[in-house]
Design a protein around this ligand. Structure first.
Ligand SMILES: [Zn+2]
Length: 340
């Protein structure tokens, strides 16, 4: 990515294989997810160090390890990475909250990412996939993103209990399709929303929520009907601005919005009075920590979450087209770059 703007700022270039310093692991990228966040970054809605190689959803095979790397990592191991690099020696990087550490750098924005054949990363941001099971190796690129944030939202932040109800907006997107499955794996009752009948059919087939609401903007009344008039305990808000007000209305008193995605970076109107009188909360959820990344790998490995994605080769035309597909809301599941 040479500058910010339209898809033409994504330019294919030959560069050297990254250098490996003593604490680094050089990976051959086997899967690199393309995230909606990448399109926002490309348009300039992120802190960037340009030029930069985009891509933060990484699965790779170990090619080379520096001499200061833990013995755990060996040549040819399959690993996944956090979507950011933090500094374990910085006192501001508290274990378990490394995702909000002030000195961390977002991979693919502030340092080079995985729209490439190779990437070099410090060993402490990596989690080893000891046994990939029945799952293709590139599918593990979904572990940090989109699986990480819904795991963090439901398990760590909400501490959701079996039998509680969660609303998932934008259920056909990368976050939504997997958030539905994660919630089901945790024993929650899931109500999913989407805007098209065609996508609803696909969602039913691949992630199987308890209920799907196909809507043209309003869905809170329907959620109330499905929850004996109470509303949902939680909402995984994967759309953001365009659905947020309806999502708040769809919650029960005391219910929480777990805000994971936002497709519209402009300021939004929210009725604050409604939040006060029903004591709702809106909680931002950013990425995941290492423990949650390990959990994501396990859910994939055990087949509790089925990775929904299509692959493209690593070339300029396919990558540009993938960004356009995401921006038009036409993707179903993840688009994963699988370098040859
Ligand atoms: Zn992402």
């Amino acid at each position: 990515m040479t500058s910010t703007g339209g898809v033409d700022v994504l330019v294919e270039k030959d560069i050297d294989v990254p250098k490996v310093s003593s604490e680094d692991v050089l990976l051959k990228v086997v899967g690199c997810g393309i995230c909606y966040r990448d399109t926002l970054a490309r348009r300039g809605f992120a802190r960037l160090r340009l030029p930069v190689i985009p891509g933060h959803a990484i699965a790779g095979r170990v090619v080379e390890v520096g001499d200061g790397v833990l013995e755990e990592f060996k040549r040819n191991d399959l690993v996944v990475s956090l979507p950011y690099v933090y500094d374990p020696r910085d006192p501001r990087c508290v274990e378990g909250e490394e995702n909000i550490c002030r000195s961390k750098m977002q991979i693919g924005e502030e340092r080079d990412g995985c729209y490439a054949e190779y990437i070099s990363l410090p060993y402490w941001v990596l989690v080893k996939v000891s046994d990939s099971g029945q799952v293709p190796e590139e599918a593990y690129s979904l572990a940090s993103c989109p699986l990480g944030p819904p795991i963090r939202a439901l398990k760590t932040i909400a501490k959701a209990q079996k039998g509680e109800t969660v609303l998932v907006t934008g259920a056909s997107g990368g976050i939504g399709l997997h958030a539905v499955q994660i919630a089901k794996a945790y024993g929650l009752k899931v109500i999913a929303t989407t805007r098209s009948e065609e996508k609803a059919e696909k969602i039913r087939r691949v992630s199987n929520p308890d209920h799907i609401i196909v809507h043209k903007g309003k869905f809170s009344e329907e959620v109330k009907k499905l929850t004996d008039g109470e509303g949902a305990d939680y909402a995984i808000e994967a759309v953001g601005g365009p659905t947020l007000m309806e999502t708040i209305r769809a919650l029960k008193w005391g219910g929480k919005v777990l805000l994971i995605g936002n497709i519209d970076p402009s300021p939004q109107q929210v009725m604050l009075g409604l939040i006060i009188i029903r004591e709702n909360s809106i909680i931002g959820v950013l990425n995941c920590n290492k423990e949650e990344l390990r959990e994501a790998v396990e859910l994939l490995r055990k087949g509790l979450v089925k990775p929904i994605y299509t692959t493209i080769p690593l070339d300029q035309d396919h990558v540009r087209k993938a960004h356009q597909t995401l921006e038009k809301g036409e993707s179903f599941g993840r688009i994963v770059i699988k370098p040859g």
